[in-house]
Design a protein around this ligand. Structure first.
Ligand code: BGC
Ligand code: MG
Length: 545
């Protein structure tokens, strides 16, 4: 028997505002630029848009590309005004889409009024952040209270001269972590969230969710087995068991409170929790997603690393395991898949590098067909529908144009490579992104050939493929809500998925090999042989769009 998903498997389109479209020629993408391009987004057939943060942030690297918020309620002037936002929101709704904004709830910027007041020991704000006297080492030097390290490298503690104490930050030192153990802080954050709900936003993507609440016991972290031999000063965040840092109980209690607020609205507001890190990095993010997700009381969806960890062309067995894990961790459609975003190298470069160049597009399309048949929602990152490749430093982005200093894990060159502008036109300056002399980031030369203008004209383009795939997905009732089964007894190179609900049984067989394959399956084909071409697929039971 199939189980009705409590949440419809949406396709969400992520917009990184700084490089989407610059409407006023100052080099930076803006909200009016998004308004200009809304018809394009709507024509993709997506259900919702998530816009990465466009709120007030410090200038330069301290702003972390929008993720260090100085004022939750104010649109950063470089992106436009609060009125522009209202116009954008209304237009998105007119087009039948939802809008999710990013809520950065684990930290503010160090320029936020709360932090300024907290640093000045204003009694109303003194405990809004984690402050600590630290320790004195054998040499008599002042050191932080423990060995926690920042996800972006270096100690997770910074000395604040004004207050004469250390403060904790999971990310950059410009991003002090807020203190959820202080109920006044929780209430203050909920009020900021309510502000946007009342403006009409349909929900939040909750940034860096598992990092939001640190554990008050402040115990040291220990290296994971693979890192024991790495010298201490060379170890990175991913080398440690982070369990002592994360207080999941307090976090889940807070999410429950926030979901209560969401449920007060009709329709209820949506929470899409970003749960990409595990307590043991690289291992149990899906376990944490399970803890944070529930159809009634927690996040409706978690944005997980189920697919994000794939850095090569995956084999059928690997994808089968991933699908099974998704289904067991988040059985009610609560998984939100993604394969690209503003933090990790673009999928078109990561997934098909080892495939011969003339077959890469076929191989990539095959993967997206599979991804779109997996349980839950799918989040597409702007430019992914054009199969944009990762921009290289310095070939595409000269060193003097580099903006982002931070990177996750093994990525050593920052995140500019996945944040270059959308190429709208093959003929225009900066591919139609901006009329400024110097855009936020340069457009790689190779991206002009992938411009929207060219792909629109070519019915075989990746853009048309992606639009057709989104349309197709929306017309398959079983993909919106149903259980997923993985078919057994297939050749090694073939992945077989089945989705079934009251209206439909949809079966997909996907050949992941560069050679055709012949197979027979007692259940699907009734014992008859069929042949599936290289990187090709067969659907049984699909509904024509
Ligand atoms: C965001 C990043 C950001 C970090 C800190 C992440 O998960 O996606 O872009 O740097 O949170 O806010
Ligand atoms: Mg602009």
């Amino acid at each position: 028997m199939s189980m009705q998903s409590a949440f419809p498997g949406e396709v969400i389109y992520q917009i990184y505002p700084a490089t989407f479209r610059d409407s006023n020629g100052d080099g930076v993408g803006d909200l009016k630029g998004i308004i200009e391009k809304l018809p394009y987004v709507a024509a993709l057939g997506v259900d919702a848009i998530w816009i990465s943060p466009f709120f007030l942030t410090p200038e330069g690297p301290d702003g972390d590309g929008g993720y260090a918020v100085s004022d939750y309620r104010k649109v950063d002037p470089k992106f436009g005004s609060n009125d522009d936002f209202k116009t954008l929101l209304d237009l998105i709704h007119d087009k039948g889409m939802k809008l999710y904004t990013d809520f950065v709830l684990s930290h503010t910027s160090f320029q936020h009024e709360w932090f300024q007041k907290s640093a000045a020991r204003d009694p109303d704000y003194a405990d809004f952040y984690l402050w600590h006297d630290g320790k004195i080492d054998a040499k008599g030097e002042r050191i932080p209270p423990n060995n926690w390290i920042s996800i972006f490298g270096g100690p997770a503690w910074t000395w604040h001269k004004g207050r004469g104490q250390w403060y904790f930050h999971n990310f950059l030192s410009s991003q002090p972590a807020v203190n959820y153990h202080n109920i006044a802080t929780q209430d203050a954050l909920l009020a900021e969230m309510q502000f946007w709900f009342d403006q009409g936003v349909d929900g939040f993507r909750l940034d860096a969710l598992p990092h939001a609440v640190y554990d008050q016991s402040l115990q040291d972290i220990a290296p994971l087995p693979h890192a024991e031999s790495i010298p201490v000063d060379k170890r990175i965040w991913y080398d440690y068991d982070q369990s002592p840092v994360m207080d999941m109980d307090t976090l889940v209690t807070f999410i429950r409170k926030l979901r209560g607020l969401c449920n007060d609205y009709a329709p209820q507001k949506i929470l899409l929790g970003e749960v990409l890190s595990g307590r043991k990095p690289g291992q149990d993010a899906m376990d944490l997603a399970t803890l944070c997700t529930d159809t009634e009381t927690l996040c409706q969806m978690s944005y997980t690393d189920a697919l994000l960890g794939i850095n090569h062309f995956p084999q059928a067995g690997e994808l089968a395991k991933i699908a099974a894990r998704m289904e067991s961790a988040l059985p009610n459609g609560g998984n939100c898949n993604c394969i690209s975003n503003h933090d990790l190298p673009r999928a078109a470069s990561r997934l098909v590098n080892e495939i011969s160049p003339e077959r890469r597009q076929d191989a990539l399309r095959q993967l997206y067909r599979i991804f779109f048949m997996l349980p839950g929602s799918f989040c597409l990152y702007n430019g992914e529908e054009l199969a944009l490749t990762q921009a290289r430093i310095p070939e595409d982005i000269p060193y003097d144009c580099v903006i982002d200093p931070a990177s996750f894990g093994a990525q050593t060159q920052g995140r500019d490579g996945e944040r270059t502008p959308m190429p709208w036109s093959d003929k225009a300056q900066h591919a139609g992104f901006s009329e400024a002399a110097k855009p936020y980031l340069p457009v790689p030369k190779s991206h002009y050939d992938l411009a929207v203008t060219l792909q629109e004209k070519n019915k075989d383009s990746f853009l048309h493929f992606m639009r057709d795939l989104i349309t197709w997905r929306k017309t398959q009732p079983a993909l919106i809500s149903s259980l997923t089964r993985i078919l057994q007894n297939l050749p090694e190179t073939v992945l077989g998925l089945s989705r079934q609900n009251e209206q439909q049984t949809l079966i997909g067989l996907f050949n992941l090999s560069p050679e055709p394959v012949t197979l027979s399956h007692p259940y699907v084909m009734g014992g008859k042989d069929i042949s599936i071409g290289a990187y090709s697929h067969i659907f049984f039971g699909d509904v024509a769009p």
